[in-house]
Ligand binder design. Structure first.
Ligand SMILES: Cc1ncc(COP(=O)(O)O)c(C=O)c1O
Length: 441
């Protein structure tokens, strides 16, 4: 049998020319088709001043949030380049890794925790917290909140909202159960049995539609988990690292969560890295007994050097002045948007915190504004207006998306250094397009 000919033309130029089509053919044709039908700025040619640059030179502002400092922040890129130019080993066979050590120290100094475990994805951080909670408490149950998004690995997916991201993959992790958000009585009843290892929550449910936990619920969460010896886990994969104008949103809670999860922009958006931070005493109860248990939870590339270097450079960027700016400019944006959309027929709500911005759009009544009419009957009943608004925003150079569990809500997470004038321009463009959409429906 002869093997197919392999063309060794993997230059960056050739990858940019043909790789988008190769993605369609060999990775996921439906993602490619969706991006094409929605008119997403898919064929990105490069970057320019933190933005995406398309083949025709047009610039696009990425509001997805993983790029908290825009694409290719110079400080992060330079730090990784300097590491590549050194002769540091790619990996430390003993697993005693100075880059992981330094990053853990910086994160602990910043947050008050005493121990860090590193993964590559947000889901890895969630898995680490679930295993920590089971190992510390030896209890079976794990609670999350309805409408949550915690990731797609088997442990994290058990905590996900019902629906296509969760249902096809059952049976799920035994003991996992979702409670209604902000229902203190349900929480009290669920914890009273004394067999709950952890409660895992997002301070603001992003993919669930940009809903913050109420202060009363947070207070009850902190008190009741402490009372019952249950670990409280804050999944701050979206809200952490300055996004709400605090280093971690849970800093403001009456009790520090037992584990804090960070990911997304930790590696400056350039390299994948996530962290589970916890108290040293908890880590020791789970993994501190002997040499064998010390390595009972690990991954090969935990704390890999280039990702840690990118993360150290990223942490340097998140100072108090930046956090204050995020709080002020985030508030300015929401106030300006509410004022601009006061009379918009399709406005349901504007909400968020810091640079987390949620715009809820009413579904239109007109029969044209339905997926059945658009020839996509399998999506019958899903609202279209949020997606149509995204489509119009792409044409104006804004890359945004609807929430994974709630297509009525656009979530926008601007880069932290987006100037205020650009936020005002976004308000203008949202206003113009909401007016147009309202006139159609
Ligand atoms: C709150 C939250 N937790 C966990 C995850 C999973 O992160 P990842 O996709 O990196 O596995 C996500 C992803 O968006 C998230 O929003």
């Amino acid at each position: 049998m002869t093997s197919p000919a392999v063309a060794h033309d993997d230059t960056l130029e050739d990858i940019h020319r043909r790789g988008f089509e190769e993605f369609r053919e060999f990775v996921n044709p439906m993602i490619h088709l969706r991006a094409q039908l929605a008119g997403e700025p898919m064929a990105v040619a490069g970057t320019s001043g933190a933005q995406l640059r398309l083949a025709d030179g047009a610039l696009v502002e990425d509001l997805h949030g993983a790029q908290a400092f825009g694409h290719r922040h110079p400080a992060v890129t330079a730090a990784v380049q300097a590491w590549l130019a050194s002769d540091a080993p790619s990996w430390y066979p003993s697993r005693v890794n100075p880059y992981a050590g330094r990053l853990a120290r910086r994160l602990c100094e910043r947050t008050g925790y005493g121990n860090a475990f590193f993964g590559c994805t947000g889901s890895d951080a969630v898995e680490a917290a679930l295993k920590l909670a089971r190992a510390v408490t030896r209890r079976p149950r794990i609670l999350s909140l309805r409408n949550a998004w915690h990731g797609c690995t088997f442990g994290s997916v058990a905590l996900m909202s019902e629906g296509i991201f969760r249902d096809p993959f059952g049976p799920h992790l035994p003991g996992a159960e979702a409670l209604p958000r902000d229902d203190i009585d349900a929480l009290r009843r669920a914890l009273a049995t004394g067999d709950v290892a952890a409660v895992v929550v997002e301070p603001i449910q992003l993919e669930g539609g940009v809903h913050a936990l109420s202060p009363a619920y947070i207070e009850a969460l902190c008190a009741l988990t402490a009372e019952h010896g249950t670990l409280l886990v804050a999944d701050e994969v979206q809200t952490g690292l300055g996004r709400t104008g605090r280093f971690a949103a849970s800093e403001a809670w009456p009790r520090r969560p037992d584990a804090l999860l960070l990911a997304k922009s930790l590696g400056g958006g350039l390299l994948p890295i996530s962290a589970m931070l916890t108290h040293r005493s908890l880590w020791e109860r789970a993994y501190g007994a002997d040499f064998e248990t010390a390595e009972a939870h690990n991954t090969t590339f935990s704390g890999n050097p280039p990702a840690c270097v990118a993360a150290l450079a990223t942490l340097e960027l998140i100072d108090d002045a930046l956090l204050a700016r995020i709080r002020e400019d985030g508030e300015h944006f929401r106030t300006a948007l509410r004022a601009r959309l006061r009379d918009a027929a399709l406005l349901a709500d504007v909400r968020g915190d810091g640079f987390v911005l949620g715009l809820e759009v009413k579904p239109g009544d007109h029969p044209w504004l339905s997926f059945e009419h658009m020839g996509l009957p399998s999506l019958e009943g899903q609202p279209t207006t949020g997606l149509l608004l995204c489509h119009r925003l792409y044409r104006r150079g804004w890359y945004t998306f609807v929430c994974g569990h709630d297509w009525r809500v656009l979530r926008m997470q601007p880069r932290f250094d987006l100037p205020r004038e650009r936020l005002d321009a976004l308000v203008d463009d949202l206003g113009t397009e909401m007016d147009r959409l309202g006139a159609l429906s």
